[in-house]
Design a protein around this ligand. Structure first.
Ligand code: KQY
Length: 365
């Protein structure tokens, strides 16, 4: 049984927990569209299997898959992964799935944001997106979760919370005219307060250079625990990312979170920079209305885009020199978790990474 609730999570005593809090499981959605994933999505599917298998070592994993791909996905995935039939337009469940909120009694509810494929007809990444817009409600119904329908366009990858009243977002995304042009910054903040139950919102100006989501915060910084952030970084002042990371560092250094703490900021060096090859570009079907994949274009690669599972951290690696140092730094930041590296260039080629293709279901009662 699952009902649509007409009040607000904050009014009802529900809050979005930090991703580092314990989970009942994780959702993913199987990739298949050939205008986003090269070679008919076969290499991406292998990467998704590796991510699902890594997460499933730590917590239950549910994979949404189309009827057309059911048999193949069942064969490719470990038997312990729960498969559900789910229609979608693509595989970015961080953005299409529910943002779950919990109360002190351990009840879990979903928040269903509106979705316009990262910008609708003004820079959005594909058309149509009608099936993706239904994913959150369908997953809530599957889990028997009551849900709130939030009246604004927002993706799960564009918010990070510490579970203690602080939310971090980017201006580049949330104030972008292609999301909610009718809402002021204050009105957007009010929705975040209402639906996430936060009191302090920290606005970082921009996300990762060339991020096609318009600068999702989950590619730019992560919250490993309350009072700390990990920031995507480069020391190369001539790199296009440099100014973005420096301005974020300045804002974060001056910020106080909802508990009045100054934030401890860990810098995590970016991979590469990484670029799309001729061969990779040639493998993507070119379709009008879908994001263009031009050879030589810079990829928004980031180790920040990792997923926190129960007792684990599932981190994208790219087969480059920076991988080793990134894993060393993450092991230092997360001594209480097992850090697992998953080769993820194929996910990056689709426009995001491990955090973008996963959505946690918080543990309830
Ligand atoms: O990074 C994400 N959260 C989503 C990326 C969408 C890319 C679509 N091609």
């Amino acid at each position: 049984m699952s009902n649509i609730i007409d009040s607000l999570p904050a009014q009802d005593g529900f809050r979005m927990p930090g991703e580092f809090e314990s989970h009942a499981g994780c959702f993913m959605v199987w990739p298949e569209r050939p205008d986003n994933w090269r070679l008919g999505a076969k290499p991406a599917q292998q990467a998704f299997v590796a991510v699902a298998s890594a997460i499933n070592r730590f917590e239950p994993l549910t994979m949404g898959v189309s009827a057309a791909q059911w048999e193949h996905a069942r064969h490719a995935l470990p038997a312990s992964v729960r498969l559900i039939e789910l229609s979608s337009n693509d595989a970015w469940v961080r953005d299409t799935g529910p943002t779950c909120v919990v109360n002190a009694a351990g009840e879990v509810r979903g928040v269903d944001w509106q979705f316009n494929a990262w910008g609708g007809l003004e820079g959005g990444l594909y058309f149509p997106w009608d099936r993706d817009a239904q994913v959150a409600e369908k997953l809530c119904k599957l889990q028997g979760l009551d849900l709130y329908k939030a009246p604004l366009i927002l993706e799960g990858g564009s918010i990070h919370v510490d579970g203690e009243g602080t939310c971090i977002v980017t201006e580049e995304c949330l104030l972008n005219h292609n999301r909610n042009p009718q809402l002021s910054r204050e009105e957007i903040e009010q929705h975040l307060r209402d639906y996430l139950n936060v009191s302090v919102i920290i606005w970082v100006p921009r996300g990762v250079y060339m991020d096609e989501t318009d600068g999702h915060v989950d590619n730019m910084l992560a919250i490993p625990r309350p009072g700390e952030v990990i920031l995507h970084w480069t020391d190369d002042a001539s790199d296009a990312q440099y100014e973005r990371s420096v301005e974020a560092f300045e804002i974060l250094s001056q910020a106080r979170d909802a508990k009045g703490r100054a934030l401890k900021i860990h810098k995590l060096l970016q991979p590469g920079p990484l670029f799309l090859t001729e061969e990779e570009s040639a493998g993507v079907d070119q379709v009008a209305g879908s994001a263009e994949r031009r050879a030589g274009s810079r990829l928004a690669g980031s180790y920040i885009n990792h997923y926190l599972a129960n007792g684990g951290v599932v981190v994208p690696v790219f087969g480059v020199a920076e991988d080793g140092e990134a894993l060393r730094v993450l092991r230092e930041i997360y001594p209480e978790r097992e850090v697992v590296a998953v080769p993820a260039r194929e996910i990056l080629l689709g426009g995001g990474n491990i955090h973008c293709i996963t959505q946690q279901l918080p543990a309830g009662r």
